[in-house]
Design a binder for this molecule. Structure first.
Ligand code: SF4
Ligand code: SF4
Length: 411
C-alpha cells in the first residue's frame, strides 16, 4: 500500500512504524473472513481492511470524525486478523497508533469520557477494585445487567501451599482476577507445588497495564510496566525461573514490556528480560508435565469445551497447548465451531460496547454448548466472567479443573 504520511507523524517512531505496517498490507481482504465485527455488521468499515484504510487516511492528514472513532472503537483488538493475514500485517500495533491519533483530534461525548475515566481509575487499582467488587456483589440487583453479570460468585479458593521448593516462579495476580476469582491463582499454586515449583507473589507488582493500553492511555501502560519490572527484578536476580501468567490477557501485555520500554535506558534491558521470561501457565506446565509423580489413576472421562481466549490463540499464538494437558486427565474435548472467533469480552469492550459484545457472546455460547459439555473451560478471567454471565453451564479456568482432577488422580 502506498503511503504519504502527514507532517504531524511522519518523522516520529510511531509514524515510521505505522508506515511500514501500512506498506505491508496488500488489500487482499482475506482478514475480513475471520473478523467478528465484520461478520456481525457486514460493513467494510468494520473490517480489518476498512479500519486500516481509515487509519491510513488519518495518518495522511484527513481529519477524523466521530464516525471514524466509532469504527475503531468497535474493533475488539482480538487479533484474529493478524493470524489470518498472509502478509504479516501487524494490525494491532497500527490500531494503537491510529486510535491515539484519532482520540487526540476527536473529543468523545461526555458520557464516554466519564465511563473511560472511571474504568482507568478503578479496574487497574487492585484494592479499590476489590472493594468495589465486594460492594457490587451485595448490590448486584441494582446494577445494570451487563455489569451485574460480571460479578462472578466467589468460589472457595482452598489452601495455598507453603513455599518449600528451591525452584520458584513469579506469579502475577491479575488485578481483576484477584478480586473476582482468587481461586484461580490458588489452584495454579497447588498444581505447581505438585511439580516441585513454589510461587512468588510480589505485593508491589500491580495491574499489567493492558486495560490502560486498550483505553489509549499509553503513559499509564508504561507506568504499570515500569512498576512491575521494579517489583520482579530482584526475584529474577535471586533465581526465579520465569514469570508465569494465569490470565492470557496479562501475559500478552507483559510479553510486550520489552517494546513498551525500549526507549527508557533505565528499563529497556530489564524489560526485554522480563518479556523473554514470561510464559503462559500452559507453556510452563507442558514443559514440566513429565515431572508429575505418577502413575496417575485413570479417571472417568468428562466432556468439556475449551474456549481459547484471543489473547492466547491470536495475541500469543499459543494454540493446542492447554488441550493435551486436559486430555491427559480424562477430558473428552467437544469440538467448538468457529473457535477462532472472539467471545466479545475483550478487556473493557463488553462494558463499552455491550450490544456487540452480547451478540458475540450468544454466538460463542451456542458454539461451545453444541457438544453438550459438563463444563466450559477458558484461560482468561475476562472471558470467564463474560461467558458465565449468560449460561447455566459452569465456566471455569482450566487450571481449576486440572487442580481438581490431579487431586483425584493422585489420591
Ligand atoms: S482485531 Fe478482531 S475485531 Fe479488530 S479488525 Fe482484527 S479481527 Fe476484526
Ligand atoms: S491486513 Fe493482511 S489480510 Fe487484511 S487486507 Fe491487508 S494484507 Fe490482506
Amino acid at each position: 500500500m502506498q503511503t504519504r504520511l502527514a507532517d504531524f507523524i511522519r518523522d516520529s517512531d510511531a509514524g515510521r512504524e505505522a508506515d511500514s505496517i501500512l506498506r505491508a498490507c496488500v488489500h487482499c481482504g482475506f482478514c475480513g473472513a475471520t473478523c467478528p465485527t465484520y461478520q456481525l455488521l457486514g460493513d467494510e468499515l468494520d473490517s480489518p481492511r476498512g479500519r486500516i484504510y481509515q487509519i491510513k487516511e488519518v495518518l495522511e492528514g484527513v481529519p477524523p470524525t466521530r464516525t471514524t472513532q466509532l469504527h475503531l472503537d468497535r474493533c475488539l483488538t482480538c487479533l484474529s486478523c493478524e493470524t489470518t493475514c498472509p502478509s504479516g500485517v501487524r494490525y494491532g500495533r497500527l490500531l494503537e497508533i491510529g486510535r491515539e491519533a484519532v482520540d487526540e483530534r476527536v473529543e468523545r461525548p461526555l458520557r464516554q469520557r466519564f465511563a473511560r475515566a472511571l474504568l482507568r481509575a478503578t479496574v487497574s487499582r487492585r484494592r479499590l477494585f476489590a472493594a468495589l467488587v465486594a460492594v457490587g456483589r451485595v448490590l448486584r440487583p441494582l446494577l445494570p445487567p451487563a455489569l451485574g453479570a460480571k460479578l462472578l460468585a466467589r468460589r472457595d479458593g482452598g489452601p495455598v501451599p507453603d513455599a518449600r521448593h528451591e525452584r520458584c516462579v513469579i506469579l502475577l495476580t491479575s488485578c481483576t482476577q484477584d478480586a473476582l476469582l482468587p481461586a484461580i491463582d490458588r489452584a495454579a499454586a497447588r498444581v505447581l507445588d505438585r511439580l516441585g515449583v513454589s510461587v512468588i507473589v510480589d505485593g508491589t507488582a500491580g495491574c499489567c497495564g493492558a486495560l490502560r493500553a486498550h483505553l489509549s492511555d499509553a503513559d499509564g501502560a508504561r507506568a504499570a510496566a515500569r512498576r512491575n519490572v521494579d517489583a520482579w527484578w530482584p526475584h529474577l536476580e535471586r533465581g526465579a525461573q520465569a514469570l508465569v501468567m494465569t490470565a492470557s490477557g496479562c501475559g500478552l501485555q507483559v510479553r510486550d514490556y520489552g517494546r513498551l520500554l525500549a526507549d527508557e535506558p533505565r528499563y529497556a534491558a530489564r524489560a526485554v528480560r522480563v518479556s523473554e521470561l514470561t510464559l503462559d501457565l500452559s507453556q510452563w506446565l507442558a514443559r514440566e508435565w513429565p515431572r508429575l509423580p505418577g502413575p496417575l489413576t485413570r479417571l472417568a472421562p468428562a466432556t468439556i469445551a475449551f474456549h481459547a481466549p484471543c489473547t492466547l490463540q491470536h495475541g500469543q499464538q499459543l494454540r493446542g497447548v492447554v488441550e493435551p494437558l486436559l486430555a491427559d486427565l480424562g477430558a473428552r474435548l467437544a469440538p467448538v465451531r468457529d473457535a477462532h472467533l472472539c467471545c466479545g469480552s475483550a478487556g473493557s469492550y463488553s462494558l463499552l460496547q455491550p450490544a456487540l459484545a452480547g451478540a458475540l457472546r450468544a454466538r460463542k455460547l451456542e458454539a461451545l454448548l453444541e457438544g453438550a459439555p459438563e463444563v466450559i473451560l477458558s484461560a482468561n478471567v475476562g472471558c470467564l466472567a463474560h461467558l458465565e454471565g449468560a449460561t447455566s453451564t459452569p465456566v471455569r479456568h482450566w487450571i481449576e479443573w486440572v487442580d481438581e482432577r490431579l487431586s483425584l488422580a493422585m489420591r
